[in-house]
Structures are given as structure tokens and as C-alpha cells.
Design a protein around this ligand. Structure first.
Ligand SMILES: NC(=O)c1ccc[n+]([C@@H]2O[C@H](COP(=O)([O-])OP(=O)(O)OC[C@H]3O[C@@H](n4cnc5c(N)ncnc54)[C@H](OP(=O)(O)O)[C@@H]3O)[C@@H](O)[C@H]2O)c1
Length: 291
């Protein structure tokens, strides 16, 4: 059996972080195949990571799945930011079952999926349940709000304002580079079958503490403002977010605001074998983006 891993969502934030980590391992026993939606993206990835294979796959066209799965033993599904992501994942799981070669599927998901309390959790849990019932070995890699999301807040931070509607709630932002390394470890090491990992960042922080960290690192005052839900919704929709996703973010912020996600787990550091990246380290490493 080949030791070929198919990465779906390879061109996204987590996909690239996973490819970086797999590429830097230089494990000659593992063949990495990256699924992309266009030849141009295939060429870009092949140039960046000369040892990987690429394949064209569009989850809106499930007929493109069987060819992508030929001789693949493990699949990492990173569903995109699309409303039908559960259906996308289900199509991959069906095709993986039919492939005759896939033994193990690692599914990207969200912390709290099992509660199915908000839209994002329901979408990912639907995919998780389908995978658990598939008969394939499964691993759920559940993550929480990324530190890297705050690049989207850089303009406001540069202007001394950090608008983030989580009131005084605490949550533990997670570094995407860390997630890529964790995913690479799960995909290349034994013993992760039929497990759900809940990966948070290393420390609980409030919106005020995040703003303070931006102030300290940039040397400029950054004021924390927690707008009401309606204002967050209007600003996300005004910035071009689809309505379903903007509503999902508002729900998620309410989870953070009410401290329902105020938890730090050990899974991430255990899977990494080192401490996770702190928010301070993240801002310091990316200071230029915020000044
Ligand atoms: N932001 C957060 O804090 C957070 C936390 C937990 C979970 N999540 C979720 O985690 C997932 C991964 O996040 P991310 O930031 O890595 O996402 P991302 O950067 O938006 O990447 C999404 C990937 O999905 C691919 N994709 C989208 N539609 C596709 C289709 N029809 N067929 C094939 N591939 C398709 C994209 O390919 P193209 O390059 O061709 O578009 C891209 O490679 C998302 O579902 C996100 O919502 C986010």
C-alpha cells in the first residue's frame, strides 16, 4: 500500500501551513498530493514544493474525486469557507470509501462541534458524524479562532482601534502555523485513528488583553471597542462577507462573549511536542502588519 496523503484545501491558510510542515519534514516514506482547483494553482504549488504531486479537484464537481484519490491511503479534508462544506466533506468520504485505497480520513473541524449549538458547529459536526459512520478510520482535528485572523483587523489596529465584539469574554486564539505542524504530525505518525482532538491556543485572552498586546508590541495606543451584535453583522456584510457567514461569526462571538469557549486544552502542545505559539509571539513576529 502506498503512503500517499491527499490534502484537500491545500491552497488555503491551513492547507499551506500543512504543506509547509510536511515539506520541511522531508519524509521520503510519504508522498504528498495537493488538491487544487486550477492548473495555475497546481503550477504555483509545484514550484513552491517541488517534491509534491498536484491534482485538479473541485468539490462542486464530485466526479473529479475518483482520479484524485487513486493510490491515496490517507486524506486530509480541509473544508472551505462555503455554506455547503458538510456536503463537500460527505462527497469526499463517499469517494474515499469507494476508492479501495483510502484507510484513514483526517477531517478539519471546529472546537465545540459536538455541541452543535451554532451554525459552524452544526456544519462541521454533520461531516464528523458522516465520517464516523463511514467505516473508515477517522480523526477530527478541531480548531478554534486563528491568531492569523487578526490580519483582517490590521487597518483598524494601525488607526488605534480594535473593534471585536466579544465584550469581556475569554478565548484562546490559535496559530495557523502550529495547526499545520499538528496536522502533519497526525498525518505521518501512527496512533491517531478514531480520535477527536480539540486544539485551542495556549492562553485565555480577552479583547482588552488582545488590544493591550497590540499596543505594547506596536508602541502605539490601541483602544478596544466591543460593538453590539447588529453593528458587527452590518460591518461584516458591508465588508462583503456572505450573510450566512456573517451571521455565523456573530453567533461565534456570542459564544466567546459568554465564556462558553473559555477553555485551554492540552491536545495541541501534546501533538506538537512543544509549547504552542502565544499571541504575543504571533504579534511580535508579524509586527510590520500592525504598525
Ligand atoms: N478562521 C477561523 O478562525 C477558523 C477556525 C476554525 C475553523 N475554520 C474553518 O476552517 C476551514 C479552513 O480554514 P482556512 O482559513 O484554511 O480556509 P481558506 O484559507 O479559505 O481555504 C479554503 C480552501 O478550500 C478550498 N476550496 C474552497 N471551495 C472548494 C471547492 N469547491 N473545491 C475544492 N476546494 C475548495 C480553497 O481552494 P481555492 O484556493 O481554490 O479557493 C482553499 O484551498 C474553513 O472551513 C474555516 O471556516 C476557521
Amino acid at each position: 500500500m502506498s503512503n500517499r496523503i491527499l490534502i484537500i484545501g491545500a491552497t488555503g491558510n491551513n492547507g499551506l501551513a500543512t504543506l509547509n510542515a510536511l515539506f520541511s519534514k522531508q519524509d521520503s516514506n510519504v508522498i504528498v498530493r495537493a488538491a487544487v482547483r486550477s492548473q495555475q494553482k497546481a503550477d504555483e504549488l509545484a514550484q513552491r514544493y517541488p517534491t509534491i504531486e498536484t491534482v485538479i479537484l473541485d468539490l462542486d464537481k464530485p466526479e473529479t474525486l475518483p482520479a484524485a484519490l487513486v493510490n491515496v491511503s490517507k486524506v486530509f479534508i480541509i473544508p472551505g469557507n462555503v455554506e455547503n462544506r458538510a456536503q463537500h466533506a460527505k462527497s469526499v468520504i463517499d469517494a474515499a470509501k469507494n476508492s479501495g485505497s483510502v484507510e484513514h480520513v483526517v477531517l478539519y473541524s471546529v472546537v465545540g462541534a459536538e455541541w452543535e449549538a451554532i451554525l459552524f458547529a452544526k456544519q462541521f459536526r454533520e461531516a464528523e458524524k458522516y465520517l464516523e459512520a463511514s467505516g473508515l478510520a477517522w480523526t477530527h482535528l478541531r480548531t478554534i479562532w486563528f491568531q492569523d485572523n487578526f490580519f483582517g483587523w490590521a487597518e483598524g489596529i494601525k488607526n488605534g482601534q480594535f473593534y471585536f465584539g466579544v465584550r469581556d469574554g475569554l478565548f484562546a486564539p490559535l496559530n495557523v502555523g502550529d495547526i499545520g505542524e499538528i496536522a502533519a504530525n497526525i498525518l505521518t505518525r501512527e496512533g491517531h485513528e478514531n480520535k477527536a482532538y480539540n486544539i485551542t491556543g495556549p492562553e485565555l485572552l480577552s479583547g482588552q488583553q488582545l488590544a493591550d498586546e497590540f499596543s505594547i508590541v506596536t508602541g502605539k495606543p490601541v483602544q478596544y471597542v466591543s460593538p453590539p451584535e447588529e453593528a458587527t453583522l452590518a460591518s461584516l456584510i458591508g465588508a462583503g462577507w456572505p450573510e450566512w457567514q456573517a451571521k455565523g461569526i456573530v453567533e461565534l462571538f456570542e459564544v466567546f462573549a459568554s465564556n462558553q469557549a473559555a477553555v485551554v486544552t492540552e491536545d495541541g502542545a501534546n501533538l506538537l511536542g512543544r509549547p504552542l505559539t502565544t499571541f504575543k509571539q504571533f504579534v511580535e513576529s508579524n509586527k510590520a502588519a500592525f504598525v
